[in-house]
Ligand binder design. Sequence first.
Ligand code: ADP
Length: 538
Amino acid sequence: MNRRALVDIRILQREYLLAISRALTAELDLRDVLRIILQSAVELVKANAGMIVLAEPEEETFRVTAVYGIPTHAVQHFAPLLRVPYVDGQEHLAVPELTHRLQQIGGRVGLGLKQMLRIPMVSGGEVIGLIYLFQSDTYYMIEDALTLLRSFGDQAAIAVRNAQLYQQVIKEKKRLDAILENSADGVMILDPSLRITGFNQALSNMTGWPAAEAIGRPHEEVLHWLTLKTDTDLEQALENGWPLPGAAHLYVEGDVRCHGNQHQLRDRVSLGITYAPLLSENGRLTDIIANVRDLTRYREEEALQKTFISVISHELKTPVSIIKGYAGTLARQDANWSPDVIRESLTVIEEEADSLTDLIDNLLEASRLQAGTFSLEISDEVSLPLLAEKVARKLGGQSEKHTIAVAFPANYPTIIADERRLTQVLNNLVSNAIKYSPDGGPIVISGAVHPEHITVSVRDAGIGIPAHEQGRIFQKFSRLDNALSRRTEGTGLGLFLSKAIVEAHNGRLWFNNNASETEPEAAGATFTFSLPVDFSNQ
Ligand code: ADP
């Protein structure tokens, strides 16, 4: 019989095994580890083909993870071999059942394989995988070969385990990185020298610092406090001995400068940062984890509340004290007022009461908008030209310096709309036109009909609006800081509400300064709102 010794003891010299084990322990990529193991094993026993199967602990099965000398399409035919359980200590000779199955498979895939050997990979007392080696010859085992092959299997098992653990660590790290990266709060990690080692996307969005630029820089440079609301910052706290053993977290709040031009609208951001120390077992500081909250909106709301209270109290007080003054004067027992004085005084009282009503209406609308209970009261046949006439008459009568003209084309349609609210919009726009053209001048309310929409414009010859303030004027309680708005009354609610009302009608409200290429000297601004023709009756 043409049998040969499976393993020639001479080639299993220490150096060879050592070289393999070195290659294996240096390698952490599981696929490469498996490739080296299989190739070495095949060389070791001069096999024709081989494969490695690894245990799938959850399914209690083995899965083919590397093959040598077997075409991909043929791999599935080897599955019956995996079903023969490995029994430790019984495979020093060919297992008849395996040999039989192998010969069948060999015939099916045309590889002419006659005999096989399984080397277990054992780690922690468990078979974590098996190396299958296939021969086209029959063989016998010479003395000691099995022990050597088993020691090769043990080496291989260590390498596989290492690679698996490494893979697991990488996977875990990726998972943690993804959690940090996708956290809605800003997260930053610092080393003990306060250099940034981690910086997530939310924090980049808040501060304008791309992670790649922030990482490696000192904490102070990236989060440079412009103002502090708390007593200390991180650097000072560390100087004062933070973190003390068992110390609580450190909270720092204030404004920092935004980086670069990512935030065109703001150059600073209000942050609240909680620093948590990470200590090693012997109490040394290893990392600092910082959770960062953007408090800008909260601060803005706070500022808004303050503005609200001061503006509203001022705006309420003025008409009330005027009304009280006139009423008190008229009521004096000792005076005998002429009918003209009485009429004029009563007109003032009426106007001031009207402006109080407007203010209260505006406040109610604003709170309805905030509460989400704002809804239109739609009526048919609303005529914007007629509304404009009414507003012009009412407001024109109050100012001698201004002339208010109304110009609508004859084909201007009536519309389905909320009449009271559109009157409010016109009221706001025209009274702004008066307020913000202190030297008087013409005010024109005009209409235009377009295929898809109709528009109403209110043009004045007043102070206009500086380009850099254009984004602000439609915000709640915003009043531009110029000499005029300091002198004129106003809540900063008019345009905010007007815009909301127009948008509730599916329209738009915008403005232009009147100066243009054709009229470079034109003063003042034109506010225009459009409404879709769907809203019209045509
Ligand atoms: P208020 O007039 O009560 O201050 P608004 O919301 O109506 O509030 O207007 C906001 C700001 O926009 C005003 O304070 C003013 O600075 C500016 N503004 C509004 N209308 C005009 C206009 N026609 N011309 C110039 N500035 C205007």
